[in-house]
Design a protein around this ligand. Structure first.
Ligand code: NAD
Length: 259
């Protein structure tokens, strides 16, 4: 490798994405971070990721917009010259029974987690296959492998992300590019904190009961996964010794999907 690897992590100014971006920066990669967050959140994230001395740039992009992911990758390549590692991490959640599920929320969840991954992959692959090296990591979920009530759009989208991952892995298997999904169980991040009130409403529980009987109940360890655990797996997948791991849906879920 005669040039630094360049990595893009979508949705990376908070939570899991921020942890992955920080890990990549510590590995010496040039890192592109992205989100759709207020200025204060963005500058805190830039500061955190740059702490290891890596080159970090922020790219604002609304991935709910059709083609937003394609433009984002184009902007990153224009700024850094190439893109070697793509992590599709941006995502949102909505908790509601299907009869009450607002169609606009359905479309937004599909657009941000699934459509944008299609567009970023489409834009990133030509350079990766030309150079014969690339890593694509899609942050799916335990909900890409198992369902829970009141999360129709999220569960459907994350299952689709796992399907997209396997398909692209087959298409790139001989081209030096690996494509994998990481499927976390519950990780305490803003995305999870924001759903506790809705979970309490639809389940008819207190917020304390939601924590114990909804969020931690499916995880036999009874503990939240830490964002750093996801970041460490992403770092491993970027290594040359991970070259034979492709098309996998890797669970980090405290035993959830063992059941
Ligand atoms: P988070 O809310 O901290 O991060 C989500 C990120 O997505 C934020 O940076 C946000 O700005 C970005 N984003 C949202 N809408 C966007 C848009 N329109 N355009 C661009 N960026 C946008 O939550 P998190 O828990 O760190 O989630 C990260 C990923 O991990 C998501 O795909 C989520 O589904 C997945 N995941 C989370 C958990 C969990 O328990 N936290 C479990 C499994 C999977």
């Amino acid at each position: 490798m005669n040039k630094k690897r360049v990595a893009l992590v979508t949705g990376s100014t908070t939570g899991i994405g921020l942890s992955i971006a920080s890990r990549f920066a510590a590995m010496g990669y040039d890192v592109a971070i992205n989100s759709f967050e207020p200025e204060q959140t963005v500058s805190a994230a830039l500061h955190a990721v740059a702490a290891s001395g890596a080159t970090v740039r922020y790219f604002q992009s609304d991935l709910a917009e059709s083609g937003g992911g394609f433009e984002l990758v184009g902007d990153v390549i224009a700024a850094f010259g190439q893109l070697d590692i793509l992590v599709n991490n941006a995502g949102i959640q909505k908790v509601a029974p299907i009869e009450e599920f607002p169609p606009q929320d359905w479309h937004r969840i599909v657009a941000i987690s699934l459509d944008s991954a299609f567009h970023t992959i489409r834009a990133a692959l030509p350079g990766m296959t030309t150079r014969g090296w690339g890593r694509i990591i899609n942050i799916a979920s335990a909900h890409g492998l198992r369902a829970s009530p009141f999360k129709s759009a999220y569960v459907a989208t994350k299952h689709a992300v796992v399907g997209l991952t396997k398909t692209v892995a087959l298409e790139t298997a001989e081209k030096g590019v690996t494509v994998n999904a990481i499927c976390p169980g519950y990780v305490w991040t803003p995305l999870v904190a924001a759903q506790v009130a809705d979970q309490a409403r639809v389940h008819g529980m207190s917020e304390e009961q939601v924590m114990r009987d909804v969020l931690l109940a499916p995880q036999p360890t009874r503990q939240f996964v830490q964002p750093e655990e996801i970041a460490e797996m992403a770092a491993y997948l970027c290594g040359d010794l991970a070259r034979s791991i492709t098309g996998s849906a890797i669970s980090i879920d405290g035993g959830w999907t063992a059941k």
